[in-house]
Design a protein around this ligand. Sequence first.
Ligand code: NAD
Length: 484
Amino acid sequence: MKYPALSNYVEGKLVSDGHNRLDVFSPLDGEVISTVPLSAKSDLDKAVDAAKRAFPSWSNLPIKERVQVFYRYKYLLEKNSDELTELVHIENGKTISEARAEIEKSIEVTEFACSLPQLTSGEVLEVSKGVECRIERYPVGVVASITPFNFPNMVPNWTIPNALCLGNTMILKPSEQVPLSANRIAELLKEAGLPDGVFNVVHGDKEVVEAICDHPGIEAITFVGSTKVAKIVYIRAASKLKRALTLGGAKNHLIVLPDANTEMAASNIAASMSGCAGQRCMAASAMVGVGDVDHIIEKLCEEAKKIIPGKNLGAVISKQAKERIENYITEAEKDGAKVLVDGRNYKVPGKENGFYVGPTVLDYVRPEMKIAKEEVFGPVLSIMRSKTIEEAIKIQNSSLYGNAAAVFTQSGAAARYVSDHASAGMIGVNIGVPVPREPFSFGGWNESKFGVGDITGKSSIEFFTKLKKITTKWNPESKVNWMS
Ligand code: NAD
């Protein structure tokens, strides 16, 4: 195996009990690269105990001291960027440049966390003569973060720097399909000076996720993954009276008007549908062409054909994912879609056991078809046709999801219309992957997110803190008025 067998990371140490284990595959070539423990409730108990022990002293530090650890962590992410990139590439299968972009985003969110002292100073007002009211923020306690396979470094870092700078301690439960980056993050946090117990990693699957939802020592849970599991985690965590914010799957629509800049639209759409092999919750999965956009589709297919698996297109996560994606394409073809670019049965020379699907463009998909409604999570674009922009919006609005939507046009009025009427949390105008950069927060609508607020940016301050309101009077002579 390329990497040693993994252990949980609790109170600054690797902890290895007699667990059942799962093989970890590299999607690049199908090789087993490590094994991951499938932890039980008793393993979680140890991590929660450690996080509870670490909480009083960590939360008592002034925030300006806590963020010093994250200035150092940001430096370590930069210093080790090549190695972290390689690790993401190997365990997830995305290309080196995509893996590098992921580490760059982790650096950006850490940079944001370092600005939290500036954003969390309290509020104070003299509310009656001689009486002052002030608001202070407190961490919520031990929090848990449950993460998916598609961003092994970035999604854990969506929550780690913010939650910890705000004074919480944490249990991370990474995806069992990509567990290696999590342990490397733990090592870097320790090297940055984070006290033991503040950050812990517990590996595993469904069993340990359920134990997290039920654990009385955990106050708040963030989850990123499929909608099916996001719902389970939200309901189970809320039934145990915890705070929860659970981000789910997506079906992102790009509405393309005939006046769009052909080159820009075609290359942007091709990049959006195929980046990270389509395994992004922000990937373009459906395009709605309004009127005659054949010239853009033609150029888009030219661009798609330049995207070559094993070169500038990474692998999908597993053999099962490859089969699932190819079945969607075959079923859509049977239902009447026209396959303009076909990525099925792709073999990369020298990596015949890797999990590759080539870029696929399907035209004349109808809104009622399965492929138009469900999340495919592969490099596949389904093109639907509409006569008017209103009809295109109707198709977008009928989606259960609502992560992102985008419009390609040169008309300000059309762009405003789509921004106003699309039912999604993140909108792109001539941008195929409209991920908000820090300090703007990340989060969708509808079945792409359950809970209040967003997971990153300023919005995360509300999730990871609770408010204390202190009313004070020191002046006995003051003839105070109402309620004083
Ligand atoms: P997943 O839901 O299968 O797994 C996510 C996490 O939940 C993993 O840690 C996994 O161990 C755990 N899990 C899986 N099944 C479970 C169950 N039955 N009960 C309890 N826990 C369970 O998701 P995935 O396949 O790892 O990731 C892909 C999905 O994540 C896609 O749907 C994608 O759109 C979504 N995603 C969403 C966002 C967003 O911001 N909305 C970001 C990234 C990924």
